[in-house]
Design a protein. Structure first.
Length: 121
């Protein structure tokens, strides 16, 4: 993430994800910012032609609902596994995204961490 818009989006995602237990942020071989829990990716971010992108893990049911609602698209290459991307033409709803990114974490995290997060609510 190099543009102001991309860096702002990355900072918002950090605010959402960093409080979750054992989250690790790294940059993969393609230059994407990746958020993982115990080695499992749940958020993927990158820029294409200066436009930031945000993708996250979801269940197939949640993916279906989000695609019907609009503002989201099936993530290329990994969408068949339930991944969803923010439609680049959409204005992000950060309250909704906070909930969706937390749900993505809960899908990727081991049961012990899921329990820890749910008990702290």
């Amino acid at each position: 993430m190099k543009t102001k818009l991309g860096l702002d989006m990355l900072e918002r995602v950090r605010v959402i994800c960093d409080p979750l237990p054992e989250v690790v942020e790294s940059v993969d071989g393609f230059g994407h910012n990746v958020f993982k829990v115990r080695g499992k990716t749940f958020v993927l971010m990158g820029e294409n032609d200066g436009t930031p992108g945000l993708s996250f893990k979801s269940s197939k049911e949640e993916q279906f609902l989000l695609l019907q609602k609009g503002g989201y698209v099936k993530t290329p290459y990994i969408g068949q596994h339930g991944w969803v991307s923010l439609d680049k033409a959409a204005v992000p709803d950060w309250d909704e995204l906070a909930s969706l990114l937390k749900a993505a974490y809960l899908l990727a995290a081991p049961k012990k961490l899921v329990k820890q997060v749910l008990e702290s609510e």
